[in-house]
Write a new protein. Structure first.
Lengths: 227, 291
C-alpha cells in the first residue's frame, strides 16, 4: 500500500512538472501578447510541383486569440490546407498545452532552444508541435506541427522591423503534397504528354508557400466579419 | 474579285442551312452555361478533388475565363463539322444545280471564281468563329464574372492572372481561325471533285473524324505521320494557356511555354490551306462542265 501511495505521489509530481509552461514560452507569449490584432500586407509565392502560379499580393488578418485569414488581392489564392492558421500566435494563444524541453540546436548559425508542445485539449486540431526559439530575443524561428487531419507542416520565420512584437518579416510554410492527376478524358488532352511536366512531378513532393511581409498595421482593430 | 466575293457571301447568307451552325453553337453554349451556372460548383469540386486534399483554393474558380476554356475544348472539336456544311457545298452545289457552267462562262476566270468562293467561305468561317467567341467568352464573362484562370490540366495546374488572360484568348481564337480555315480548304477541295453536295460534306466530315482519331491514338506506328496531319495541330490553341516558370517555380506573366509548337502548327495548317486551295483551283480548272 505504501509503495502504491509513493508511486502515485511521484506520478502526480511528474505530471505537474510536465504540465508547467516553460518560462521561455511565457516570454514568447508575453511578446506576442502585445499584439491584439494586425493587418499585414505582403507578397505570396506558391511553390508546389504540380502548380504553375505567379506571385500575388496578399493581406493577412489576425485577431486574438486565434483568428487568422489570408486574402489575396483580386485573384485565386492557394494555401496549404489548415496549415496557414497554425501560426505561433494561434498555437500559443490557446494556452492549452504542456511543454517538454528538447535541448538546443544550431539553426542558420543561431543557437535555438527546442521545445515540444503537446495539447491538453482534445478538441485542438494539432497533435504535437516543436518550436525552435531564440532564448535571447524570445523569437520563434521555426515550428514543426503535426495536425489531426491535414498532415504535418513546417514553418520557418525571418524577422525584421517588427521583431519587437514577435511578428515575422517572412514566413515559409512547408507541407507534403499528394499526387495530382486528372484523366485525359476529362481534360480532353489527347495525344502526346509533355515529358518535362512528368519529370518535374517526380522531382518534388514537398510544397511551400512563402509570404514576405511589407508592413504591419498593429492594434487598430479588425471586425470579426473579416474572418 | 470583290463582286464575286460579295455575290458568294449573298448566296451563303441567303441559305437557311448557313444558320444551322450559328443556331447549333448558340444552343450548345447556352445549355452548357446554364448547366454550369446551376451546378458548376459540384463540377469544379469534382475536378479539384486531388488539389483540395492538399490545398485550400480561395477565389472564384468557376469564372467566365474558365467557362470559355471548357466550351472551347468541347466545341472546337465539333465546329469543323459545321464549317464543312457550307465549305463542301461551294463548288459541288453549283455543279449539282447546273449553274457552274453559267459562272464559268462569265468574264471572270475559273481561278478567280474558285478563289472568290474560297474567300467567301473563309469569311463565313471567321464570322462563325466570332459568334463562338462572343458567346463563349464575352457572354460567359458577363454571366460568371472574371477572375484568375485556374486551369486544371492532366498532370499539372496553371494559374494565370486575370490581367494576363484576355490576350491569350485573342491568340487562341486567331489560331482557331487557322484550324477552321484548314477545314474550309479541305471541304473546298472535296467540293471541287464532286458534282453533288452530300458526298463532299460527308467526305470532309469523315476525313476530320478519321484523322482526329489517328492524331489522338498513341500508337508508335502512327507517330511517324502524326506531325504532318492537320488534325494533330488543330487543338494547339491550348498552348496559349500554358505558361513558363523560372527556377523558383514562379510563373512568368505574359509568357507562353511552347511558342515554337504554336509557330510550327500555324506553319503546318497554313501549308495545308495553300495545298488544298491550290489543288481545288487545279481540279476546277480541269473540271468538265459540259457533261
Amino acid at each position: 500500500m505504501k509503495k502504491v501511495i509513493v508511486f502515485a505521489f511521484f506520478y502526480c509530481c511528474s505530471n505537474v512538472v510536465i504540465a508547467q509552461v516553460d518560462p521561455l514560452i511565457e516570454k514568447v507569449s508575453k511578446k506576442l501578447g502585445l499584439v491584439n490584432d494586425y493587418v499585414a500586407e505582403g507578397v505570396m509565392k506558391t511553390d508546389v510541383s504540380f502548380i504553375k502560379a505567379s506571385l500575388g499580393k496578399v493581406k493577412v488578418y489576425f485577431k486574438k486569440p486565434n483568428l487568422l485569414k489570408v486574402k489575396k488581392e483580386g485573384g485565386i489564392s492557394l494555401l496549404p490546407k489548415g496549415g496557414v492558421s497554425l501560426t505561433i500566435n494561434t498555437l500559443l494563444n490557446t494556452k492549452k498545452y504542456s511543454t517538454i524541453p528538447g535541448g538546443t540546436q544550431v539553426v542558420n548559425g543561431k543557437t535555438l532552444t527546442v521545445l515540444k508542445l503537446i495539447p491538453n485539449d482534445d478538441n485542438l486540431d494539432w497533435v504535437i508541435s516543436t518550436l525552435w526559439i531564440d532564448p535571447v530575443e524570445a523569437l520563434v524561428y521555426k515550428t514543426a506541427t503535426t495536425t489531426k487531419e491535414n498532415g504535418s507542416y513546417e514553418i520557418t520565420m525571418q524577422y525584421g522591423a517588427y521583431a519587437q512584437y514577435g511578428l515575422a518579416s517572412k514566413i515559409v510554410f512547408s507541407f507534403n503534397t499528394k499526387d495530382y492527376k486528372l484523366p485525359n478524358g476529362i481534360t480532353l488532352e489527347f495525344g502526346d504528354e509533355d515529358p518535362a511536366a512528368k519529370k518535374k512531378l517526380l522531382k518534388n513532393k514537398k510544397g511551400t508557400v512563402e509570404i514576405t511581409y511589407n508592413n504591419y498595421i498593429i492594434n487598430k482593430g479588425i471586425p470579426n466579419s473579416i474572418f | 474579285m470583290k463582286s464575286i466575293i460579295a455575290f458568294e457571301l449573298y448566296k451563303i447568307f441567303r441559305r437557311p442551312r448557313t444558320y444551322i451552325a450559328f443556331g447549333a453553337i448558340a444552343a450548345l453554349i447556352v445549355v452548357i452555361q446554364f448547366g454550369l451556372k446551376i451546378d458548376g460548383e459540384s463540377y469544379a469540386s469534382f475536378l479539384m478533388k486531388d488539389i483540395n486534399d492538399t490545398l485550400t483554393v480561395d477565389g472564384k474558380v468557376l469564372n467566365g475565363y474558365l467557362i470559355c476554356y471548357i466550351l472551347l475544348q468541347l466545341l472546337l472539336v465539333h465546329v469543323p463539322l459545321l464549317v464543312a456544311l457550307i465549305a463542301a457545298d461551294m463548288i459541288s452545289g453549283e455543279a449539282n444545280l447546273g449553274t457552274l457552267r453559267l459562272l464559268f462562262s462569265t468574264p471572270f476566270t475559273r481561278t478567280e471564281w474558285v478563289l472568290g468562293k474560297f474567300i467567301a467561305a473563309s469569311i463565313y468561317t471567321i464570322v462563325l468563329l466570332i459568334w463562338l467567341a462572343f458567346l463563349a467568352l464575352f457572354v460567359s464573362m458577363w454571366v460568371f464574372g472574371t477572375d484568375d484562370l485556374f486551369l486544371m490540366k492532366s498532370n499539372y495546374v496553371v494559374l494565370i492572372q486575370e490581367k494576363d488572360v484576355l490576350w491569350r484568348y485573342v491568340g487562341a481564337f486567331v489560331f482557331a481561325s487557322f484550324s477552321l480555315l484548314t477545314v474550309t480548304a479541305l471541304g473546298f477541295l472535296m467540293s471541287s471533285m464532286a458534282n453533288n453536295s452530300i458526298g463532299p460534306i460527308v467526305g470532309t466530315m469523315s476525313a476530320i473524324v478519321f484523322f482526329t482519331i489517328l492524331s489522338t491514338l498513341n500508337i508508335p506506328l502512327f507517330s511517324i505521320i502524326k506531325p504532318y496531319l492537320f488534325t494533330t495541330h488543330m487543338n494547339n490553341w491550348k498552348e496559349f494557356f500554358d505558361i513558363q516558370v523560372n527556377d523558383g517555380n514562379e510563373a512568368i506573366a505574359g509568357s507562353i511555354l511552347n511558342i515554337a509548337k504554336i509557330k510550327n502548327s500555324l506553319f503546318v495548317l497554313s501549308a495545308h490551306i495553300i495545298l488544298f486551295v491550290t489543288a481545288a483551283v487545279y481540279i476546277t480548272k480541269k473540271k468538265d462542265i459540259l457533261s
